[in-house]
Ligand binder design. Structure first.
Ligand code: IPM
Ligand code: MG
Length: 357
């Protein structure tokens, strides 16, 4: 097959990890006789520096015309002044909105070889296999009005958390469809005891549950969920939640897997190009040192092969290769125990490529 893939390396460790994912995709294309055409575009802080816009038109056009988009990471201290007019993250939000990718799939699974890298006890994390479905184009990230202003002579700021029933229904439906192919359970997370938007969320979630009686369904408040992820993470299958709760809970859940450097994500919508990104950030503290873990980006590339290109076998080949090199004991610095030898970013990418066959 032929596919157009737009690469957005972004900032910090983004370019380093994207390089490795590109290497892996190129090797997959070669082995399975596909043609992948890559276009690298500016996005995030680097695009602000070059053009003054975190998502230049040319970048957005390239994304819209491709089969899939693979993003590294955006942001960093250089652009994080709270008084700045433009911020890298605005580019990411605009990209998600423009691609219409309302459902962010974030699987949290423990590679058996990494059981002792998790801060939780091994017996607690053994059976963890959760898929978060985070609503990605609504909620408090996008609600209007939003702004900073003077109120009664004091600096103030406000955001709006708003959801309508259609936005809630479609993301819950994705969760239900996913659960049906897994263990058949959906947990909907909200804050319905306080927030009006969450009460609408819960009403609609219960309607969706009633329409899908083969699915086991529960509502959980977000604060309780934060606790359950630590004391009984093995009880969850598919977790569906709003934009901000999903952002927070998925970072928390990533710790189960041992490192934020392991978790991939796919953002999908109504049939356009999917957006794939590791859930970690740009890690400016280690950028440029060649020690970042590229596995979350490589696993995001596997999700891209599966969900945007329909290449299930190739996706599995990549995932198996990652499991294989972890089982063989290779670790980047974030995964290594103290005193244990670690490999660098390019070496790790090379090991995955070598393990493909
Ligand atoms: C994520 C990130 C982003 C988000 C930031 C970089 C805007 O934290 O993808 O989880 O909050 O969505
Ligand atoms: Mg986040």
């Amino acid at each position: 097959m032929e596919a157009k893939i737009t690469l957005l390396p972004g900032d910090g460790i983004g370019p380093e990890v994207i390089n490795e994912a590109r290497k892996v995709l190129t090797a997959v294309a070669h082995r399975h006789r596909h043609t992948f055409r890559f276009a690298e575009k500016l996005m995030g802080g680097c695009a602000i520096d070059a053009i003054g816009d975190p998502l230049p038109e040319e970048t957005l056009d390239a994304c819209l015309q491709s089969d899939a988009v693979l993003l590294g990471a955006v942001g960093g201290p250089k652009w994080s002044d709270p008084t700045a007019k433009v911020r890298p993250e605005q580019g990411l939000l605009k990209l998600r909105k423009s691609l219409g990718v309302f459902a962010n799939i974030r699987p949290v699974k423990l590679f058996p070889a990494l059981a002792d890298a998790s801060p939780l006890r091994p017996e607690r994390v053994q059976n963890v296999d959760i898929v978060f479905v985070r609503e990605l184009t609504g909620g408090i990230y996008f609600g209007q009005p939003q702004g900073k202003e003077m109120v009664d002579g004091r600096r103030s700021g406000h955001d709006t958390m708003r959801y309508n029933e259609e936005e809630i229904r479609r993301v819950l439906q994705i969760g239900v469809d996913l659960a049906r192919r897994r263990r058949g359970k959906v947990t909907s997370v909200d804050k319905a005891n306080v927030l009006a938007s969450s009460r609408v969320w819960r009403e609609v979630a219960r309607e969706v549950a009633a329409e899908n009686r083969d699915i086991e369904f529960e509502d959980v408040l977000v604060d309780a969920m934060a606790m359950y992820l630590v004391n009984r993470p093995g009880d969850f299958d598919v977790v569906v939640t709003g934009n901000m709760f999903g952002d927070i809970l998925s970072d928390e859940a990533s710790m189960i897997s041992g490192s934020l450097g392991m978790l991939p994500s796919a953002a999908l919508g109504a049939g356009g190009p999917g957006l794939y990104e590791p859930i970690h950030g740009s890690a400016p503290d280690i950028a440029g040192q060649g020690i970042a873990n590229p596995l979350a980006t490589i696993l995001s590339a596997a999700m891209l092969l599966r969900s945007s290109l329909g290449l299930e076998e190739e996706a599995q080949v990549v995932e198996t290769a990652v499991a294989h090199i972890l089982a063989a004991g290779h670790r980047t610095a974030d995964l290594a125990r103290s005193g244990e030898k670690s490999v660098g970013t390019t070496e790790m990418g090379g090991l995955v490529v070598a393990a493909l066959s």
